[in-house]
Design a protein around this ligand. Structure first.
Ligand code: C2E
Ligand code: CA
Ligand code: CA
Ligand code: CA
Length: 279
């Protein structure tokens, strides 16, 4: 049972207050920096696990604030979702990524680029339409872009979400379900949303060498994708041992610190140009 002795209570409320003040500070700064279009992005290369060649990369948002320093998206994306800032953030990111892709066409030559969007974005009725217009305006081909979404409770039979996904598909975008195997991910959605790609949650990949259950679940997710003709992607690959295991199981695409860390778009371009032999 919980006891509210003053010794426990005071530090607890102190923490709460600090936390609350900290969050307000974050929100104020984030609002301002989105307004100033100061957010930017890194790209983490993704490799074909059979050949270990780079097949493209995942765009990851970055925020470096004057007062707060570098803040992790794991911290500010949930805040952006809670405050409605996410819509502007997504628009800003899409604009920046498409602009960059337009300026560096060889970054997308035989390569794809994955972009994360929030499930909340898909609740906006005109989302797919706006993204299609935006990509047309930058004269890019949707076929080279994969949109990554994490399933949430929002997905349960939501007509707006399903319409948006259908329209994005019709426009030519690919669709990936992120963080599969935890939370709300469902097999029904995999099929109903005509998913092109399944990203196995890092949690399973990271515990692969120690945890027999992760092995079973991971193998089954790979086999399931194969049976449904969906590309399987493993992220969070931090060792050669894990890479080998995933290769043995015929997981198709890999991502992780053992292969490449997220890097600036300039470094990504340099990497593509170097044509370094794979690991
Ligand atoms: P995510 O989409 O699952 O992205 C993968 C995260 O794992 C990234 O963290 C990446 O840097 C990290 N990672 C990749 N390989 C490894 C590895 O081998 N070991 C470890 N420990 N970590 C690895 P990051 O960049 O901090 O992003 C965190 C989350 O924030 C993302 O998880 C995604 O949910 C969200 N996010 C990032 N960028 C965006 C964005 O542009 N829009 C939205 N809506 N969400 C984003
Ligand atoms: Ca992702
Ligand atoms: Ca993920
Ligand atoms: Ca995630």
């Amino acid at each position: 049972s919980v006891t509210y002795s003053s010794g426990n209570w005071l530090p607890f409320t102190d923490n709460l207050k600090n936390n609350h003040a900290h969050q307000l500070h974050l929100i104020t700064q984030l609002t301002n920096d989105i307004q100033q279009e100061a957010l930017y992005f890194d790209i983490q290369p993704q490799v074909d696990l059979l050949t270990r060649q780079i097949i493209g990369g995942e765009v990851l948002v970055r925020w470096n604030n004057d007062k707060l320093g570098q803040v992790s998206p794991a911290e500010f994306i949930p805040l952006a979702e809670q405050t409605g800032l996410i819509y502007k953030l997504t628009d800003l990111l899409l604009e920046k990524v498409f602009q960059w892709a337009h300026q560096h066409p060889h970054a997308l030559l035989n390569k794809r680029l994955s972009i994360n969007i929030s499930a909340l974005d898909l609740l906006q009725e005109d989302f797919a339409h706006r993204v299609s217009l935006l990509i047309q305006r930058h004269r890019l081909s949707p076929q080279t872009f994969t949109i990554e979404i994490t399933e949430t409770s929002v997905f349960q039979n939501n007509a707006i979400v399903h319409d948006n996904v259908k329209q994005l598909h019709q426009a030519g975008f690919k669709l990936a379900i992120d963080d599969f195997g935890v939370g709300y991910s469902s097999m029904q959605n995999l099929v109903a949303l005509q998913t092109d790609e399944l990203k196995i949650d890092q949690f399973f990949i990271m515990s692969l060498l120690e945890d027999a259950q992760s092995q079973i679940l991971c193998r089954n997710m790979i086999d399931l994708s194969k049976a449904l003709n969906i590309i399987s992607v493993a992220e969070g690959i931090e060792s050669e041992g894990i890479l080998q295991l995933l290769q043995d199981w015929h997981c198709q695409v890999g991502q992780g610190y053992h292969l490449y860390r997220p890097m600036s778009p300039a470094d990504y371009l340099a990497l593509l140009n170097k044509k370094v032999p794979p690991l």
